[in-house]
Design a protein around this ligand. Structure first.
Ligand code: FES
Ligand code: FES
Length: 141
């Protein structure tokens, strides 16, 4: 069996064995949901994070991606990277880091961009929910 030479081992690994595929209840007050689409190709990615109420850290993450192999691999990596971090920390994750980790070719950069956007959207959702719970409106913009 031959593997496409275009792709690095990490992308094949995350494509054929994606981590953290699934869904959390989006109505759970400790779950943030990011749903984003790529205008270029119409692919869609949903990434969810679960926040520990006390520490504010991300304790779990999952995704569902209707898209290409690079988008699936990017979301898989993203869910691995956000676990154990604070919401502020994961906002610094750049799509270029994900693309580098997977050795994505330039035409596939937008696939990793979906993952960065999905992380940001999930954090925004989680912060908005927490703001509501704590009675402040920090994340409302
Ligand atoms: Fe999986 Fe690095 S190969 S996150
Ligand atoms: Fe669009 Fe990969 S080709 S997300």
């Amino acid at each position: 069996q031959t593997l496409p030479r275009l792709y690095h081992q990490n992308v094949i690994n995350h494509y054929s064995n994606p981590r953290n595929v699934g869904s959390f209840d989006k109505n759970d007050p400790n779950v943030g949901t990011g749903l984003v689409g790529a205008p270029a190709c119409g692919d869609v990615m949903k990434l969810q994070i679960k926040i520990d109420e006390d520490s504010g850290k991300i304790v779990d993450a999952c995704f569902k991606t209707f898209g290409c192999g690079s988008a699936i691999a990017s979301s898989s990596v993203a869910t691995e990277w956000v676990k154990g971090k604070s919401m502020d920390e994961v906002l610094t994750i750049k799509n270029t880091e994900i693309a580098k980790h997977l050795s994505l070719p330039p035409v596939k950069l937008h696939c990793s961009m979906l993952a960065e956007d999905a992380i940001k959207a999930a954090v925004k959702d989680a912060e908005a929910k927490r703001g509501k719970m704590n009675g402040n409106s920090k994340a409302a913009d």
